[in-house]
Design a binder for this molecule. Sequence first.
Ligand SMILES: Nc1ncnc2c1ncn2[C@@H]1O[C@H](COP(=O)(O)OP(=O)(O)OP(=O)(O)O)[C@@H](O)[C@H]1O
Length: 262
Amino acid sequence: MELLQVEHLTKNFGGLTAVSDVSLKVDDNELIALIGPNGAGKTTIFNLLTGVSVPTSGTVKLKVNDNLESLNGKPVHTIADLGMARTFQNIRLFNNLTVLDNVMVGMTSKTKENMLSEVFRTPSFYQTEDSMYEAAMKLLKLFKMEDSADQLASNLAYGEQRRLEIARALATKPKLLFLDEPAAGMNPNETADLTNTIKMIQEEFKIAIVLIEHDMSLVMGLAKRIYVLEYGKLIAEGTPSEIQNNEEVIRAYLGGDDNDLA
Ligand SMILES: Nc1ncnc2c1ncn2[C@@H]1O[C@H](COP(=O)(O)OP(=O)(O)OP(=O)(O)O)[C@@H](O)[C@H]1O
């Protein structure tokens, strides 16, 4: 059974069909990429899958306890609790919190503590705090960011901020992680670091990842399968080499001013 099953997903904004009859699937521990020229509908699909936006039609189902459960109509926080996490195209960190606190904020949604124990600071609250601290530091070590734990997020270099956003998303213990243009604005060294980080995440956490990315070196080096969108429609699906040689895809890319597929 697949981890995520999307069937006939459509989203209209007034007269504009941003996503048109898109069906796709993601298996456990698989890394797939969603590519396509600017405005093709990639971010809209992420928003539909993570509950930020409501589909006009179509279904989204996630494997929960070995059953495919419909996510249609469920709010963002419920979908997050079921195991979906994401990063955004524009970085959304808590700039005035430390690196460590940014990760710990990601963890709070998964702790058993309720408001009362937080307000009254019961022993179990402190135990949870301790284990959260340890888990957050462990995560930062995996990202080689433990030395920056006490720095404000806003003081990190751009590439590090992007990596911190991924660490925070992982703190929610997702089974499926959506990365929206993680290499945007990165220099080649930062992009190479990010490629290694994403490989490390797959090995360490054994989760599925869906990647939107314009940087083809990153996509071709990481993705097992690629879906290609143009004007809201899927025009191709296949392995990196199939996609690089697909005439429809070459036409879509050469027709625009996007990166080419080299
Ligand atoms: N909230 C909205 N209201 C109206 N139109 C929207 C809205 N969100 C997206 N669109 C339109 O839907 C289309 C798809 O946009 P989307 O951002 O999903 O594309 P994208 O493939 O992620 O593009 P990019 O690579 O530039 O980020 C675009 O024409 C966009 O202008």
